[in-house]
Design a protein around this ligand. Structure first.
Ligand code: FAD
Length: 461
C-alpha cells in the first residue's frame, strides 16, 4: 500500500471543504464499498469532495504524487471502476444538489446524486428526464455511458437530454462543455464514460411526466415462455413511444400479488410504463394480458417516483454480481430459445435475464452525433448473474458466460458500455463502433497521459 507522509495528507485535507479518509478511519470501509460485492479494493486514500474546487485539488494532488485515480459517482458500476487499489479514490457522493428551473424545464445536477435524488426534485414540478430503472444508481456514471430507462422510447437516451456539463480536466483546469463551448468535449462526454475529465455538474432538459403514470407487472408461468416472449418481441416492435415494456425471466420473488405456491418458481414477467394519459395506456396494454394465462398482475396508476423505485428491493447493494450484455435490433427465434434454455437453469434465485426495450426516440439520432453510438439497439439484454456467497462464484459466472456465448449469434454486435465488466476491455472498441477512432483522437487531446484510466478505457494511442 502506498504510504504518504502524514504532513502531506494533512496539508491535502486542509485544502478541501470535504474530507480525506485513510485506511483505518471510521468511514473508510463504508465509502470504499460499492454496489457490486465482488469488488473489494483498498485505495491509499479517499477524497470526499464537497465542491468542484475540491475535485480540482484532488486531481492536482494525484498528479503531484503520481497516484492512480478512480472516480465514484453513485458507485453502481458493475466493473467496479469507482474504486482503485493503492491510489486516490475521488468520491463525489457528497455532492448531491439538484436545482430545477421549472419554467425553462432544466435541471442542474451534482455528480453525487442518485436517480432518486434527481427524480424527486424534478417530479416536484411534474418533470423528468430519462434515467435508469433502479433509483440507487448514480446519475453521473449512467449519463456518461448513455443512460436509458422507462422514458427513453419517448424522450431518448439520458445523453440526448444533456445540455451542458462542467468538467475538471486532467490538468486540473475547469471547462464548460455544451454544443457551443468545447463542443468536441461535449460530444465525447455523451457516452465516452469517465475518459475525459471529472464532471462536477450536469445540466439536463426536462419533460412533463406524470406525476402519476400507468405502470406495473404481469407475471406468466415459465411453461408459457416461448409464446409470451415471442409475442413480446412482436408487440414491442410497433408499440407507440409513450409505452415501454420490458421482459424479465427469473424465479418469482415473494410478491404479494403472486400466490405462495408460485414463489421461487421460474416466471416470465412483463414490466411496463406508459408515459402519457393513463386511460389511453390502459387500452394499449390490454393485448399484453392475452399473451398467456397470467399468474397475476399488479398494474395501476402510481407516482412515477414510486415506479422508479419498484425494482430497488431486488437490486440492493452488497450481493455478488457478474453481468453479460448484448444489444439486439430484433429478437429472433434463436435468441428467444437461448433465453428460455438458460432461464430454465438459473444457478441462483437472484439471477435473471432481462430484455430492456429502447428503440423509439433513442434510434432517431445519427450514430456519429455523439460518443454513444448504438442507435440500432432496439433492445438491451442483460444476463444478470447475482448471488450471495463466494462459493457460488464459479457456477454463476459460468452460467452467465455460457448464455452470453449462446445468444451472441443473434445480437447486433454493439454493447452498452455501462454494462461491461472489468474483464471485457476487448469489447470497448466494438461497443463504440463507428465513433471509436474519434474518441481516441479526443483522448489524445484532452487526456494524453491517460490520467483517467479506471473506466472502460479509451487509450490515447
Ligand atoms: C442495479 C443496477 C441497475 C441499473 N440499471 C440501469 C438502467 O436502467 N439504465 C442504464 O442506463 N444503466 C443502468 N445501470 C448501469 C449504470 O448506468 C452504470 O452502472 C453506471 O456506471 C452507474 O453510475 P454510478 O455513478 O452509480 O457508478 P460509479 O461506479 O460511481 O461510476 C462508474 C464510472 O463512471 C465514471 N464516473 C462516475 N462519475 C463520474 C464523474 N462525475 N465524472 C467523470 N466520470 C465519472 C467513472 O469512470 C466511474 O468508474 C444499472 C446498474 C445497476 C448496478
Amino acid at each position: 500500500m502506498k504510504q504518504l507522509q502524514s504532513e502531506i495528507v494533512a496539508e491535502f485535507k486542509a485544502q478541501l471543504r470535504g474530507n480525506v479518509l485513510l485506511p483505518g478511519d471510521a468511514d473508510y470501509d463504508e465509502v470504499r464499498q460499492i454496489w457490486n460485492g465482488m469488488i473489494d479494493r483498498r485505495p491509499a486514500l479517499i477524497a470526499r469532495c464537497a465542491s468542484p474546487e475540491d475535485v480540482v485539488q484532488s486531481v492536482k494532488f494525484a498528479r503531484q504524487h503520481d497516484l492512480l485515480v478512480s472516480i465514484r459517482g453513485g458507485g453502481h458500476n458493475i466493473a467496479g471502476n469507482a474504486v482503485c487499489n493503492d491510489g486516490l479514490m475521488i468520491d463525489l457522493s457528497l455532492m448531491k444538489d439538484v436545482q430545477v428551473d421549472p419554467k425553462a424545464r432544466r435541471a442542474t445536477v451534482e455528480p453525487g446524486c442518485t436517480l432518486a435524488n434527481f427524480d424527486a426534485a424534478a417530479q416536484a414540478h411534474g418533470l423528468a428526464t430519462p434515467l435508469g430503472i433502479n433509483s440507487t444508481t448514480g446519475v453521473a456514471g449512467l449519463t456518461l455511458g448513455g443512460g436509458f430507462g422507462w422514458l427513453s422510447r419517448k424522450y431518448g437516451m439520458t445523453v440526448d437530454n444533456l445540455l451542458s456539463a462542467n468538467v475538471v480536466m486532467a490538468d486540473g483546469k475547469q471547462l464548460r462543455a455544451s454544443e457551443t463551448e468545447n463542443a468536441d468535449l461535449f460530444w465525447g462526454l455523451r457516452g465516452g464514460g469517465g475518459n475525459f475529465g471529472i464532471v462536477t455538474s450536469f445540466e439536463f432538459r426536462l419533460h412533463p411526466v406524470g406525476p402519476n403514470v400507468l405502470s406495473g407487472l404481469i407475471a406468466f408461468p415459465f411453461d408459457q415462455a416461448k409464446s409470451v416472449i415471442t409475442q413480446f418481441a412482436r408487440f414491442t416492435q410497433t408499440m407507440p413511444d409513450d409505452l415501454n415494456v420490458w421482459m424479465v425471466t427469473r424465479q418469482a420473488p415473494p410478491l404479494p400479488f403472486l400466490s405462495a405456491e408460485v414463489h421461487g418458481k421460474e416466471i416470465v414477467v412483463l414490466a411496463l410504463c406508459y408515459a402519457g394519459d393513463p386511460a389511453t395506456g390502459e387500452k394499449l396494454i390490454e393485448p399484453l394480458r392475452g399473451f398467456g394465462t397470467a399468474h397475476g398482475e399488479h398494474i395501476g396508476v402510481q407516482p412515477f417516483v414510486a415506479w422508479q423505485q419498484a425494482f430497488d428491493p431486488l437490486l440492493t447493494k452488497g450481493a455478488r454480481n457478474y453481468w453479460k450484455s448484448h444489444n439486439f435490433s430484433q429478437l429472433s427465434e434463436g435468441a428467444i430459445d437461448a433465453i428460455i434454455e438458460y432461464a430454465g437453469k438459473l444457478p441462483s434465485p437472484h439471477c435473471e435475464i432481462f430484455i430492456g426495450s429502447i428503440g423509439g426516440q433513442t434510434t432517431r439520432v445519427a450514430p456519429e452525433a455523439m460518443a454513444y453510438s448504438s442507435r440500432d439497439a432496439n433492445y438491451v439484454m442483460n444476463v444478470h448473474g447475482r448471488w450471495e456467497t463466494a462459493a457460488e462464484d464459479e457456477r454463476c459466472i459460468a452460467w452467465a458466460r455460457e448464455f452470453f456465448a449462446k445468444s451472441k449469434p443473434f445480437a447486433s454486435g454493439g454493447a452498452y458500455i455501462n454494462f461491461l465488466t472489468e474483464e471485457e476491455t476487448d469489447r470497448i472498441e466494438s461497443a463504440y463502433g463507428p465513433v471509436y477512432h474519434r474518441l481516441v483522437e479526443l483522448k489524445k487531446k484532452y487526456d494524453p497521459t491517460n490520467f483517467f484510466r479506471m473506466n472502460q478505457n479509451i487509450r490515447p494511442v
